[in-house]
Ligand binder design. Structure first.
Ligand code: SF4
Ligand code: SF4
Length: 122
């Protein structure tokens, strides 16, 4: 029997994708339009995290008004992927970003893997 793919979902207390340091996010920067890139660069704080990111709660202070490139639903418009690939692409992006920020033995990574019914070591 074929397993139904688990739907991507953001997890609480993560915020890994809010680390915007340009040298760490070349892949993302390469797909932004000039206007988006300008907005992105304005949001980079001195410590490499987004200026709208609340580190104490690991959440976005402007969540409902966050830029379009912060929204997972807009990934197909940025990267060369089909809507049907969005779910697995979003999961891979989160895994990659969480690993690079917190490591693959971190609680956050384990929670993400658990939520998506994935092996801890993937
Ligand atoms: S890296 Fe993924 S799970 Fe973590 S805050 Fe960003 S979208 Fe959510
Ligand atoms: S605007 Fe919000 S969601 Fe986007 S990077 Fe900044 S803190 Fe994260």
């Amino acid at each position: 029997m074929k397993h139904k793919q688990v739907q991507w979902s953001c997890i609480n207390n993560c915020g890994a994708c809010c680390r915007l340091s340009p040298e760490e996010r070349c892949e993302a920067l390469n797909v932004l339009s000039p206007n988006q890139l300008e907005t992105y660069m304005e949001m980079v704080g001195d410590d490499g995290w987004c200026i709208n990111y609340d580190k104490s709660t690991r959440s976005c202070r402007i969540y409902t008004d966050r830029p379009d490139f912060c929204r997972v639903s807009n990934l197909p418009g940025l990267f060369d992927i089909e809507e049907s690939e969005l779910n697995s692409f979003a999961i891979r992006c989160c895994q990659q970003q969480i690993k690079s920020i917190y490591g693959d033995t971190s609680q956050v990574y384990r929670r993400f893997q658990y939520r998506h019914k994935l092996s801890r070591k993937k």
